[in-house]
Design a protein around this ligand. Structure first.
Ligand code: SF4
Length: 92
């Protein structure tokens, strides 16, 4: 079975006092640079994966402007139809 891929998005809307995960308050330029490097590294994997999990941090804090290019790249790089999960935090 092919390995799974975990993608860490280390950004949040704020840093919670009790949090032990590596994360920082999201900044547009830093997050944009991070996504570009992340896409480059993912392209270099060169092997199939069975599933993809995007966690954090708070991946959804990136918004569609940054998540969109990441998801489009994943779709181009990997076989269509593989399992895909992303953590989403929000307010109703
Ligand atoms: S990862 Fe979760 S608990 Fe940690 S700072 Fe972000 S929102 Fe808070």
């Amino acid at each position: 079975m092919a390995p799974s891929l975990y993608i860490h998005i280390p950004f949040c809307a704020k840093k919670c006092l009790y949090c032990d995960f590596y994360s920082a308050v999201s900044q547009e330029k830093l997050a944009s640079d991070y996504i570009q490097v992340l896409i480059k590294q993912i392209r270099e994997i060169g092997a199939p994966v069975s599933s993809i999990y995007i966690g954090g941090g708070t991946p959804s804090v990136l918004g569609i402007n940054l998540l969109g290019p990441l998801l489009k790249s994943l779709k181009k790089i990997f076989t269509p139809g593989i399992e895909f999960t992303i953590e989403v935090n929000g307010k109703l």
